[in-house]
Design a protein around this ligand. Structure first.
Ligand code: SAH
Ligand code: SF4
Ligand code: F3S
Length: 461
């Protein structure tokens, strides 16, 4: 499919050099989308700048997952409004992403100084929409779920994302967990064809990527069309990705326990580039709450999957997501969550206080008192912190390949990531960006570990 030539819609003035500032909230899928929007606008004369001051266009790519995420959008918009006024109105403001999708009309009313509201599945139409916004008074809104897939209309990846690059291979979600807005903001689940993913991955590697994280809200449910006409699962795609010369490491996020099939588990044993690291959200350890959440798995199902993965790859580390205080959660249910956490042992985990989201089934149920949610979250986070510290401490003394990504916070330090994605800081004068080097782990800090580079001779010995 060829991309339509939007450029004919623009006047020469509209194609003049312009400064673009992109702000990204939310998940890594938004990080990917932000990079693609910048790629899309570059041929139209937009160069990206680091601050909104003086920008001709600001794109705010938003997240709707919890109330706090949404509040952030409105307060950031308040600051942009002032800036826009100071620039005599010469700043086009576009709100994209999940708040745009969920709150399109409300946004246009609450923030009429915004020029464009564009949902996460229609941003390939940005050039057209910008042209329309230049001509029209009032807010231009596009929150359709177009029949075409945006990926077919985006230009090739043009700017390097970095040593670690994110690549969306699947969009949307059909799972409808009781608490979650994603199926409403991102639409139905759809996988990209494997050939288009592989071509994009090769391009990212040519631009300097050494690690690629494949993205989707249920990335392990990937079922894209293969070049051979067959349907490829994620394991098959990862096997093909591993053949890309110059690509050192692979990972994928986020996975749903129900889509963790045996083929994918085997990939953790067989695919040498796949990191021994998996983000596998479980949300709760109580079967009653898992049922209320519409997760369609039990706590024991999760335990079995973890065991199988540990059999396949003994050094695998797990991270997860938890929600404290979903409607109906009793002290006993929460105790089941704590039990699951203690038994499993996580390298790291994210935990959230349940936040009722408009339009989701759980929001209509009787809610747990705020102070109960707070107390549970506190207890959960204390245990998860303890586990993170224990995990990091257990890696001291090990040698691990580290992929270096940049400089450390202090002069003479470089930083990278271990096999288990721990941030690693090493004292070293020379930048090693993009290189994988063996490091002996020597100590731990709050959120990172420290190490020393092993001389190459010593590794060979
Ligand atoms: N697709 C992924 C994650 C989606 S959102 C999955 O299925 O696991 C990331 C995390 O945000 C979720 O795993 C969940 O823990 C949290 N989350 C989603 N909706 C929430 C809500 N209404 N309140 C609190 N946390 C929520
Ligand atoms: Fe949300 Fe559930 Fe879909 Fe994850 S699987 S995106 S939590 S509805
Ligand atoms: Fe947020 Fe949308 Fe991602 S709601 S978590 S930005 S899919």
């Amino acid at each position: 499919m060829t991309a339509p030539d939007f450029s004919t819609d623009l006047t020469n003035a509209e194609r003049a050099p312009r400064k673009l500032h992109v702000v990204t909230h939310g998940c890594q899928m938004n990080v990917y989308d932000s990079a693609r929007m910048a790629d899309l606008l570059r041929p139209l004369g937009y160069t990206t700048v680091d601050t909104p001051e003086g920008a001709d266009m600001v794109i705010m790519n938003t997240c709707h997952i919890r109330e706090r995420a949404e509040e952030k959008v409105f307060s950031a918009l308040g600051r942009l409004r002032v800036m826009k006024e100071e620039q005599g109105g010469n700043m086009m403001i576009a709100v994209t992403g999940c708040v745009a999708q969920a709150e399109g009309e409300v946004l246009a009313k609450r923030a009429p100084f915004v020029d464009l509201v564009v949902g996460p599945q229609s941003y390939h139409r940005l050039p057209e929409l910008i042209a329309a916004a230049h001509r029209k008074q009032g807010v231009v809104i596009d929150t359709e779920f177009p029949a075409e897939q945006k990926f077919d209309f985006l230009p090739d990846v043009a700017a390097p994302q970095g040593v670690v690059s994110y690549l969306s291979i699947q969009e949307g979600c059909d799972k409808f967990c009781s608490f979650c807005v994603v199926p409403y903001t991102r639409g139905a689940e759809a996988s990209r064809p494997a050939a288009s993913v592989l071509a994009e991955a090769r391009r990212m590697v040519a631009l300097g990527a050494r690690e690629i994280a494949l993205l989707g809200q249920n990335v392990n449910a990937y079922h894209g069309e293969g070049p051979d006409g067959a349907t490829w699962g994620l394991a098959r795609l990862l096997a093909e990705m591993a053949e890309i010369a110059g690509l050192e490491r692979l990972r994928y996020t986020t996975s749903h326990p129900n889509d963790m099939n045996d083929e994918l588990i085997a990939a953790h044993r067989d695919n040498a580039k796949l990191l021994p690291f998996l983000h596998l959200p479980v949300q709760s350890g109580s079967d009653k709450i898992l049922r209320a959440m519409n997760r369609k798995h039990t706590a024991d199902d999760f335990r079995r999957i973890v065991d199988k993965l540990r059999d396949a790859r003994p050094d695998i580390a797990f991270t997860s997501d938890f929600i404290a205080g979903h409607p109906g959660e009793t002290d006993a249910d929460f105790a089941d969550t704590m039990k699951l956490v203690r038994e499993t042992g996580f390298a790291l985990a994210y935990s959230f206080k349940y936040s009722p989201r408009p339009g989701t089934p759980a929001a209509a149920l009787p809610q747990i008192a705020e102070e109960v949610k707070d107390a549970r979250l506190y207890e959960l986070q204390a245990e998860l912190r303890r586990q993170q510290d224990a995990f990091n401490a257990a890696t001291v003394g090990l040698t691990t390949p580290v992929l270096f990504t940049g400089r450390g916070r202090y002069e003479g330090q470089i930083a990278g990531r271990s096999l288990w994605l721990q941030p690693v800081v090493v004292a070293h004068g020379e930048a090693l960006n993009g290189q994988v080097r063996t490091v002996k782990i020597t100590g731990t800090n709050t959120n990172s570990i420290t190490g020393v580079l092993l001389p190459r001779e010593q590794i060979a010995a």
